[in-house]
Design a protein around this ligand. Structure first.
Ligand SMILES: [Zn+2]
Length: 199
């Protein structure tokens, strides 16, 4: 086995550079939790597709991955711009900038939803089965997407965040109050896993 100085001497300069890239750092963004007024504000359109936005998106997508969310919207990290990302299983993350909902199906479906900003509670929410959405991607290119199933669900949920709407707003008042009470209990207990009954 080589001694340390000898091993170091064997490295060519280019190899030393490569080593540095084994460590990828990113700033983990803090997710804003229910009760924070930012979640109730309408987000502003993105005007510049600049370097700042690119850096933001890298951290944003990493945060979404780390938190195991299938979607995340700007306001959830205090970035009050019209931007969200969705990543359903296996797929690469899709970034939606300045999105507009072009069309939704008449058919409505019920599906269980949760939100990283209201952790540990879930509820069945009725929404359109399919959606057509127009937006710009992270490179500033426009696209239109027709989505169904979980993807449509995630798009509609995240779009709501840009309008200051939360999934619990789509419940009846009685159900909403029950869910909020449950959430407040969990919050008071410090989000203990033992009370949530779900992983
Ligand atoms: Zn959410």
């Amino acid at each position: 086995m080589l001694k340390q100085p000898e091993a170091a001497a064997m490295l060519k300069p280019s190899e030393t550079v490569v080593y540095k890239f084994f460590f990828i750092y990113y700033k983990n963004m803090e997710i804003i939790i229910f009760g924070n007024e930012l979640l109730r504000q309408k987000a502003e359109p993105v005007k510049d597709f600049n370097r700042e936005l690119k850096t933001f998106l890298e951290n944003f997508l990493n945060t979404m991955r780390k938190e195991k969310g299938i979607g995340l919207a700007g306001p959830q990290v205090g970035f009050m711009k019209r931007i969200f990302a969705v990543q359903t299983e296996k797929d690469v993350p899709l970034v939606f900038i300045n999105p507009s909902i072009v069309e939704t199906s008449q058919e409505m479906v019920k599906y269980e939803e949760g939100c990283l900003s209201i952790p540990k509670v879930w509820a069945e929410i009725t929404r359109p089965e399919t959606v057509r959405v127009q937006a710009w991607n992270e490179r500033g290119r426009p696209f239109t997407l027709e989505a169904e199933g979980i993807l449509a669900r995630a798009v509609l949920h995240e779009y709501d965040h840009l309008e200051g709407i939360l999934f619990i707003d789509r419940l009846s008042e009685l159900k909403r109050n029950k869910l909020i009470a449950k959430f407040e209990k969990i919050r008071a207990l410090g989000y203990a896993d033992t009370v949530c009954g779900k992983p």
